[in-house]
Design a protein around this ligand. Sequence first.
Ligand code: CP
Ligand code: NVA
Length: 472
Amino acid sequence: MWTRFSEKARRAIYYAQEEARRLGENVVGTEHLLLGLLHESDSIAIRVLENLGINPGSLRMEIERQLPKGEGPVGQEVQLTPRTKRAIDLAYEEARHLGNQHVGTEHLLLGLIREGEGLAGRILVKKGIQLEQARAVVKAVQSEGETPSAQVKSVPAEVLRGLKGRDLLSIDDLSREQCSALLQTAAAMKEATKSGQELIRWKRPHLLAMIFEKPSLRTRFTFEAAMVHMGGHAIYLSPNEIGLGKRESVADVARNLERWCQAIMARVFAHQTLVELAQHAGVPVINALSDLEHPCQALADFQTLMEHKGDPKGLHLVFVGDGNNVANSLALLSAKLGTHFTIACPPGYEPHEGILSRAREIATETGSLITVTHDPREAVRTADAIYTDVWASMGQEHEAEQRKQVFAPYQVNADLLKLAKPGAIVMHCLPAHRGEEITDEVIDGTQSVVFDQAENRLHAQKAVLAALIGDW
Ligand code: CP
Ligand code: NVA
């Protein structure tokens, strides 16, 4: 009889028997079957209940409240009551009616609703669930495919799907809605990961090529970890191995990689290299830092900012330091999300002109203010967050000594922090040159959120990978 049941439906019936035993009953009533169905957190039945506006946790409590108390633990095998048997027969009928080969948890749920007279049916009907409505929801959930778990419904799937196959070279490749959708997804993915689950898993093991022209700790680790968590794999390609543009042209590297993998991420010196990769690869290309932008960093940073300060609209992010890649992406993302952005930098070290004007153009739609100043002390007075980055970026090491002189007045230290709002947070993309752009006291202080930012690289990139690769 059970061969036509799905694995999860069989488990639900097993749990129903366990529930009856636990409650000291000799027979498995419909209420035990419903409790059994609630054991499987990612079953179709649970998704159907959630779509019907029923919280599985509260439903469980309600059933337990209404349960008749049994005599105590029983040893022998527990039998199904006639009503439970009828609900299972009806589940068969529902599966047949829907043209499904197997009886799944969703059919058992429909069987319980249709049976109607047992305790489970009565509770469900009392909650306003009607058979026709439940059947329609079952059909809708089934047509979504098998893989997405119940929680995937908590992400803006439609908006994310609009990003499938696209490149992420700049924050400006994303619409305002897509930025918000990625951040919402990143937060949901973090919550799931923390509770030991994975919100989005691919239907098959996708591959990510990771090209690095420069060193990395966070970017490399978190991209690779994200792929592994979501059921894929990442392959690291070091500068010496592939000699991008030297051993082989950028275009030919792209033409090879696209045959093997579903996405390429690259950390490069010249942003133009990314543009060329994207032109010649039929798979998404992700900027993992160039001389122009660091969009994945900015997404993780805003995830962090929102965790600590809530809605980014109207917040004031003050960047103190070099108007380089990180600052450029932050300016664009601030503009998109309605966050006021100020950079306090030495003259000559302002953000990229084109990016600044684009950020200002976007800001006219969102109401944020994008300003450049050379006075860090004035800039931080209204700051909700103070951000800094190294004074000499990777590739600028030969300028390090000269830059130390120029940037000395721009150090984020306790004196500067005192001028900001008392609750202001301190941010840094890392790696930090302690004692230069930021002091130990500040980076290790209570207002610092730098390791939250590092942590969020994982979750923000999961959202990016899920959106660009799709297939979940
Ligand atoms: N913030 C950042 O991108 O760190 P890595 O250089 O270590 O990847
Ligand atoms: N601006 C820095 C960021 C490092 C993550 C650099 O390009 O080296």
